[in-house]
Design a protein around this ligand. Structure first.
Ligand code: SAM
Length: 425
């Protein structure tokens, strides 16, 4: 019977060799005998290799290859994604106006005339989401600019969503807001609690860094106000999390910045936004360095008992569950977050709208030629389709460097996980 070798990548960590099954995303420790057999199987039929096995050790190794699914009876067939994606998450830009003048803000940069949504457009967007939800839970994230400038619109939206839920037009809607944390009062805080709105507050570090990166329009620092409001929300029981956006200039200090924020802001979940260039969506940090830093931060957040949401999370989720990523925007292929502009236009990308990357213009996601033979494709999901259109490039070198730094680091993470489990026994 013919047997086939799965596409694989061998990598080492602390002199131990590992086999990564590119299709199944399995990682297995291997030795030179395994490698020798894999090489032979690439040239000769299984029966021939089996007939030439001389000793028990080699026999065991051949059994290992079958047991750990390094070889298979059927030709591995890695399918290209042809999924037509539907948004299950709506990032609604209620207004592009903001009361801050953040240094790297992608939302307001390069926009001359800042727009605001009206109730009619908002309702049209919500109706669209009710009609296209495939009976799945839908997430609504109020975004901006600063969404709390349009608190009246948030109240209208939440009333409409709750009514739709009662009428079974939408299932288990999740309400979220991302805010700079400067515009808050008791009415807003009570509203968050009464309507179970999850609140993400952007905090970019200790006072001296945060005030430099996230000042008011008159350049006064916002840190003290954000801290006071954050603690007020925390003490009243708002469902809170923090977002940190690393500034490429402070990347070397990111671990300390995160540590400071973890020590000073009580939270269950922390998001680290991957910084990117607004015009092309290109990652603006060195991918390899960023991967190492995020692994370190992952350990740190584990010590604090905080869940980390970062560029690493989807990759770890994909590998540890053996789920191939079909697109770079999600773990499972057919769901993603759309950015909705104040005019109601919907983007294929959660970060930016441009008519070239509207939902209508990017329907399917295909694999770039450069990615077809890349061992990392299964956990990377390929090139962002929006980046491809806007930059005209077939890969983002920083993102590729990030993905290629994952496997050896991941082994340390798995070791750490095993050690933690041993300690518990
Ligand atoms: C654009 S703001 C809008 C919501 C709100 N005004 C706030 O400050 O959170 C949302 C998040 O995007 C982040 N952000 C801004 N520019 C970015 C960029 N170039 N790359 C990655 N994230 C960025 C901000 O730091 C913030 O956490």
């Amino acid at each position: 019977m013919k047997k086939y070798v799965y596409p694989y990548k061998i990598f080492t960590n602390e002199k131990v060799m590992y086999h990564f099954n590119v299709d199944k995303l399995y990682i297995t420790e291997v030795n030179n005998n395994h490698l020798d057999l894999l090489n032979k199987l690439a040239q000769f039929d299984y029966e021939e290799v089996q007939a030439n096995i001389l000793d028990e050790e080699q026999k065991q190794c051949l059994n290992d290859l079958i047991e750990f699914e390094m070889i298979t009876d059927e030709q591995p067939n890695i399918k290209e994604p042809t999924v037509v994606c539907k948004p299950t998450s709506y990032r609604i830009v209620l207004t592009e106006q903001c009361n801050l003048a953040c240094v790297e803000c992608f939302a307001t940069k390069n926009i001359n005339c800042l727009k605001t949504m009206d109730s009619e457009t908002l309702f049209e967007v919500l109706e669209y989401s009710f009609k296209n939800n495939n009976n799945k839970s839908t997430q609504y994230c109020f975004f901006g600019g600063e969404p709390l400038i349009k608190f009246d619109l948030i109240k209208e939206a939440v009333a409409k969503i709750e009514e739709a839920e009662k009428n079974h037009l939408v299932k288990n809607p999740v309400l979220l807001i991302t805010t700079n944390g400067t515009i808050l009062n008791d009415e807003i805080i009570d509203f968050f609690i009464d309507h179970n709105v999850r609140v993400g507050v952007s905090i970019d570090g200790p006072k001296e860094i945060h005030d430099k990166l996230r000042p008011y329009k008159d350049l006064r620092g916002t840190f003290d106000d954000v801290k006071e409001n954050y603690m007020k929300m925390y003490n009243k029981g708002v469902n809170l999390h923090v977002l940190i956006t690393p500034n490429p200039d402070f990347l070397g200090n990111l671990k300390d910045i995160v540590k400071y924020v973890l020590e000073n802001f009580p939270m269950k979940e922390l998001t680290i936004n991957t910084p990117f260039k607004y015009d092309t969506l290109q990652w603006s940090v060195d991918g390899e360095k960023y991967a190492h830093i995020l692994f370190d931060i992952y350990k740190l957040t584990q010590e604090f008992g905080v869940i980390l949401d970062s560029a690493l999370s989807v990759v770890l989720g994909s590998i540890s569950n053996g789920i191939r990523r079909q697109t770079p925007c999600s773990i499972l292929g057919d769901e993603f977050m759309t950015l909705v502009t104040p005019h109601g236009e919907m983007s294929r990308c959660a970060q930016k709208y441009d008519s070239q990357i509207s939902l209508g213009n990017i329907k399917n996601v295909s694999v770039s030629d450069n990615c077809k033979n890349c061992y990392a494709y299964g956990f990377c999901g390929g090139v962002c389709p929006a980046y491809k259109v806007l930059s005209g490039m077939s890969t983002d070198s920083n993102k590729c460097k990030f993905m290629h730094a994952i496997l050896p680091n991941l082994i340390n993470y798995l070791k750490m996980f095993e050690e933690t489990s041993d300690d518990l026994q």
